[in-house]
Design a protein around this ligand. Structure first.
Ligand code: V47
Length: 372
């Protein structure tokens, strides 16, 4: 396909992309500011197809949020509640295991577990929860706890990040999700999540987790008070850690959902911006293998188009989602496997069911095998 570049400033970026060269901070700024989204998407698609051909990955997973009680009160969040809030909930261990069992009936390969920063649940409680899940569902990958939760467990238990990670790994954590990174800019963090660890600590915990053998994902929250240089700075900081550790598997740009948050005056992101975020992240993060268009966050419709703008993953069945639905999302709670297949095929992509480590999963009638 011949690309018609409307914005001639992009020609130099295209040359770098074609030559497989690293893009600079200024290139990132240009990609965020140009109105020529089709050219940005074209370049991101080049990289995506170079890395993954026509493949789009998805998985059969279930989200579990054991509690929404949270001491942090981040302005960006509608999920966290004060312990006294009558709408707050905390599951018992049995309830967590029962929720997990509901997903098991669909041959789930991953539990994605995150929650609020609960002032009373102990690290031992979480470790017992993990051990109980591993005993009951030994074949299921536990992708659990963000860098923010690890730092909070360490603070509460008065032990180091390393000791927390050791205990979580011993109890069954297989990898970590990418949440809680928000935007590393301190100026913005002071407004949207002032009680959360700062960006430097998030990156340090990620580095440590990688050094201890855990893979993780990483994210960026966009569409709130950040400017283009905050976004480029965030992507480059992730790229630098990845140069050191190689531990990030997937990057997921997360669109801010303002409803029911103290920042609800901020307008929702647009399809144009959502697609741009996918494309720019594919182009800037040359060392992170996968870019995920999380359908819950972008809607299945935009996540589908994103498969032609740099994304090569659409996330999974999810089953039950709270963080975005508390913040006003009106998309369905979960998607069946067949619906994911249809979305991907319709975009002209080849669906590949994966496990968390991106190994293909082959299904028979009622079981699955991971192909190594
Ligand atoms: O950590 C919270 C963000 C994250 C809002 O690793 C919000 O595979 C938008 O990290 N509007 C949780 N975003 C989601 C997440 C995630 C999702 C899917 C897959 C993976 C993965 C990770 O959502 C939070 C926070 O950064 N968030 N509130 C909101 N109102």
């Amino acid at each position: 396909m011949q690309l018609h570049i409307e914005d001639s400033r992009l020609k130099a970026v295209l040359e770098k992309v074609e030559a497989g060269q690293r893009l600079s901070f200024d290139d990132g700024l240009l990609l965020y500011s140009t109105p020529d989204l089709l050219a940005v998407g074209y370049m991101a698609n080049l990289v995506r197809e170079r890395l993954h051909g026509a493949r789009t990955y998805f998985n059969v997973n279930r989200h579990i949020n054991p509690t929404d009680v949270c001491v942090a009160s981040c302005r960006l969040c509608a999920f966290g509640k004060r312990a006294k809030d009558p709408k707050a909930y905390t599951m018992s261990l049995d309830q967590v295991w029962t929720r997990a069992a509901e997903g098991w009936s669909e041959s789930i390969t991953e539990f994605h577990i995150v929650g609020g920063l609960h002032p009373e649940l102990t690290l031992d409680w979480y470790c017992e929860m993990l051990r109980g899940l591993k005993d009951r569902f030994p074949g299921v990958h536990l992708k659990a706890f963000t860098m923010v939760e690890v730092a909070y467990f360490a603070h509460r238990a008065k032990i180091s990040h390393r000791e927390v990670l050791r205990k979580l790994i011993d109890a069954g954590v297989d990898s970590m999700p990418g949440g809680g990174a928000e935007i590393f800019s301190e100026r913005v963090r002071r407004i949207i999540c002032d009680h959360k660890i700062d960006g430097g600590e998030w990156l340090q915990v990620a580095k440590l987790a990688h050094q201890m053998g855990l893979k993780s994902n990483c994210t960026m929250l966009y569409g709130h008070l950040e400017d283009d240089s905050d976004s480029v700075d965030h992507l480059i900081k992730l790229r630098e850690v990845q140069d050191e550790t190689g531990g990030f598997v997937t990057f997921i740009p997360l669109a801010f959902h303002p409803d029911n948050t103290p920042l609800q005056h901020i307008p929702k992101t647009t399809g144009f911006n959502d697609l741009r975020q996918i494309a720019v992240s594919r182009l800037m993060l040359d060392n992170i293998p996968h870019i995920k268009a999380y359908w819950v966050m972008m809607t299945p419709q935009v996540a589908q188009i994103a498969q032609r703008f740099g994304a090569n993953d659409i996330d999974g069945t999810v089953v039950e989602e709270r963080i975005y639905h508390d913040a006003g999302s009106t998309v369905v709670q979960g998607l069946r496997r067949a619906e994911l297949l249809r979305l991907i095929r319709e975009a002209g992509r080849e669906p590949v069911e994966r496990d968390t480590a991106y190994r293909p999963v082959q299904r028979t009638e009622n079981a699955f095998t991971v192909l190594v």
